[in-house]
Design a protein. Structure first.
Ligand code: URA
Length: 234
């Protein structure tokens, strides 16, 4: 029975439960009514299902020209999730995100705020390499953003870091500019859950525009401060 079915709810504040995102089971039986958070086993099943869903995508130029699906890397239990744009040549060859030059810079950026790549979870907006490393088209971003949203829901991070304009557009649309939006905490709501989000520059952009690194550094420090403030213990 769902929370909207209010018949037996004189003792329960359903609005409050909905607001807190608590799943509550109605039953006459003496049971533990508060559902447990998703176990790691459920998570890995859900990730496998999502991967298969992406593998089965139809009529996709990206999939048709790529060698491999590039799904994710890192720790799926992490409270930090990083989203890039899409695989490049090396990522396509190895089936792993951020393993080329941009990946090396990403690793150093994480290290600078005492984070190990193994302790975060990394994915991209599109999971197949765009031909000639072109930016994904709006229609492709929109199509893959559905998978990205599911991916975020499954990982359930405390902090979501969107690297670059493609990741920003996938969740916030293309009416905003990264130069204005980076460095601010924003909320993104997915499946009724609010995720704390930071938009920042993409490492590949920083490799081309080194003078922008000072802004990235400010964003990284802000992320570290928030990790400590929430007490994530990483
Ligand atoms: N750039 C990205 O956005 N993602 C990768 O995986 C590699 C480079």
């Amino acid at each position: 029975m769902t929370l909207n079915e209010k018949n037996q709810n004189d003792i329960i504040d359903t609005e409050l439960l909905n607001e807190l995102g608590i799943e509550y089971e109605f039953s006459e039986q003496p049971i533990n009514r508060f559902k447990k958070s998703v176990s790691n086993e459920d998570k890995s099943d859900q990730l496998t299902k999502l991967r298969v869903e992406i593998e089965n995508i139809d009529n996709c130029e990206l999939k048709n020209s790529a060698k491999n699906l590039v799904f994710s890397d890192g720790n799926s239990s992490s409270k930090i999730m990083i989203v890039g744009e899409g695989p490049g040549q090396k990522e396509d060859e190895l089936g792993k995100p951020f393993v080329g030059d941009a990946g090396e810079l990403l690793n150093r950026m994480l290290k600078a705020i005492n984070l190990d790549r193994e302790n975060v979870y990394i994915t991209n907006v599109v999971n197949y390499r765009p031909p000639n490393n072109r930016k994904p088209e709006v229609s492709e971003i929109n199509r893959y953003s559905e998978y990205l949203r599911k991916h975020i829901s499954i990982i359930n991070p405390e902090i979501l870091v969107l690297m670059g304009s493609t990741a920003m557009e996938a969740l916030f649309g293309n009416k905003i500019r990264i130069s204005k939006e980076r460095g601010k905490w924003k909320d993104v709501i997915i499946n009724d859950k609010t995720f704390l989000t930071m938009i920042t520059f993409h490492p590949a952009y920083l490799l081309r525009q080194a003078e922008q690194k000072k802004y990235s550094w400010a964003d990284l420090k802000e992320i570290r401060m928030r990790i400590d403030k929430i007490g994530l213990g990483i």
